[in-house]
Design a protein around this ligand. Structure first.
Ligand code: ATP
Length: 326
C-alpha cells in the first residue's frame, strides 16, 4: 500500500540558504508524524513541499498517492504557521467561509465547539485573543474533515489548557483515521501526539523514530540535578558532572545511586537547595542532536571509586525532588 505522504530526496535553496538538504521520509495512513527542529531548520519548507505550495529544486513529493497540487483539496487540511484572515470576520463567519469552499464540509458550529470557541463564535477575529485566533484557524482547517491534516505549529500562543484540549482533538482525529503531519517546538506535544518524530537540523532529517526509540537511542542517561553554589571541582565522584547556572548535574545516576551522591555532598559539607532526579526525554534528544546541550564544562572522573559513606544506596525514589541544607 502506498504511504499517505512521501518525500524523496528533497532539496531546496533560497540563495545561499540551504532549507532542505536531501530529505526523504514517508508517513503511513492514520499515522501522526511530528517534525521538530530549531528555528530555520526547514520544517515549514518541508510542509510547503508536501502541500504543493513550494516547488523543490530537486526531489519529489506525493500526498494520498498523487502530486500535492493535483490531490482532491477537500481531502487535505493545512494550518499554515502564519494565517491572517480578514480581521472583521467573526470566528463563525471565518469557519463558515472555509466550509463554503467544499461540497461536503462539516458543521462550522461543531468545528468551533471542537476548538472551544462556541461562546466566542460571534466575536470579530481582530478582537479574539492570540490563542483564540489560533483556535479559530484550526477550526477553519478542520471543517472539511480532511483525510490528511498538516498543522504547522498548531499550538503556538495557545494557553496550556487550550493546548491540551487541542491535543485531545488531534488524538480523536487520529483515532478516526486522519493522517496528521505537525511541526512543533513543544517537545511534550510531539511526545504525547506522535507515533513517530522526525528531527530536522539545517535541512537534514537527522533522526526519525518513535519518541521512545529516539529517547532510548539519543536521550542519554538519567541524572541527578543538584541546586547548589558548589562547583564541580568540590566533588569527587565516578559520575560525569556538569556545571549549570543553578548547580551541578550528575549524569548516569540511577535511583539506587542517589544515596551515593547525597553522601558525597554531605561528606564534603556541600549545601544544596534541592535534588531532582530526571529521566531523559525528547527534549534531551533534541538538545543532544542539535548540539544545544553542550555545556562549557563537562568532566568524567572515570575509574574513581564511589565515595564511601553513610547513606550510600539510599533510594530517594524516581522523579523525587528533595530540598535540604546539609
Ligand atoms: N521564501 C523564502 N525566501 C528566502 N528564504 C527562505 C524562504 N523560506 C524559508 N527561507 C529560509 O529557509 C530556512 C528554513 O526556513 P523554514 O521556515 O522552513 O524553517 P523552520 O524550521 O520552519 O523555522 P521556524 O521554526 O522558525 O518556523 C530559513 O533559513 C529561512 O530563512
Amino acid at each position: 500500500m502506498t504511504d499517505t505522504l512521501v518525500a524523496e530526496n528533497l532539496h531546496k535553496r533560497y540563495g545561499d540558504t540551504v532549507a532542505l538538504d536531501g530529505v526523504s521520509l514517508s508517513v503511513g495512513a492514520g499515522e501522526v508524524f511530528a517534525l521538530i527542529g530549531p528555528n530555520g531548520a526547514g520544517k515549514t519548507t518541508l510542509v510547503r513541499a508536501l502541500t504543493g505550495t513550494m516547488t523543490p529544486d530537486e526531489g519529489s513529493t506525493s500526498v494520498l498517492g498523487g502530486r500535492p497540487t493535483e490531490v482532491d483539496k477537500s481531502r487535505v487540511g493545512l494550518l499554515p504557521q502564519s494565517f491572517d484572515p480578514p480581521a472583521r470576520l467573526s470566528a463563525r463567519e471565518l469557519v463558515r467561509y472555509y466550509a463554503g469552499l467544499y461540497d461536503d464540509a462539516g458543521n462550522p458550529d461543531e468545528a468551533l465547539a471542537d476548538v472551544g470557541l462556541s461562546d466566542t463564535g460571534d466575536t470579530w477575529y481582530e478582537n479574539l485573543s492570540g490563542g483564540q485566533q489560533r483556535r479559530a484557524c484550526v477550526a477553519a482547517t478542520l471543517v472539511n474533515d480532511p483525510d490528511v491534516l498538516f498543522l504547522d505549529e498548531p499550538t503556538t500562543g495557545i494557553d496550556p489548557a487550550g493546548r491540551r484540549a487541542l491535543w485531545s482533538l488531534v488524538e480523536n482525529l487520529a483515532e478516526g483515521g486522519t493522517t496528521v503531519f505537525l511541526t512543533t517546538h513543544y517537545m511534550a506535544e510531539a511526545e504525547r501526539l506522535a507515533d513517530r518524530v522526525g528531527l530536522l537540523a539545517d535541512g537534514d532529517l537527522v533522526a526519525v523514530g518513535t519518541p521512545e526509540s529516539l529517547v532510548a537511542e539519543h536521550g542519554g542517561e538519567s541524572r541527578l540535578v543538584v541546586e547548589t553554589d558548589a562547583r564541580r571541582t568540590a566533588v569527587e565522584t565516578r559520575f560525569m558532572v556538569e556545571e549549570t547556572e543553578s548547580g551541578l548535574v550528575f549524569d548516569g545516576v540511577t535511583p539506587a545511586d542517589i544515596g551515593e551522591v547525597v553522601s558525597e555532598l554531605n561528606d564534603r559539607g556541600i549545601d544544596y537547595e534541592a535534588l531532582t532526579w530526571t529521566e531523559p526525554d525528547l527534549e534531551d534528544v533534541y538538545l543532544r542532536l542539535t548540539g544545544a546541550s553542550l555545556g562549557p564544562e563537562m568532566t568524567r572522573k572515570a575509574g574513581q571509586p564511589a565515595v564511601a559513606g553513610a547513606g550510600a544506596g539510599t533510594d530517594s525514589g524516581a522523579g523525587a525532588s528533595a530540598g535540604g541544607e546539609q
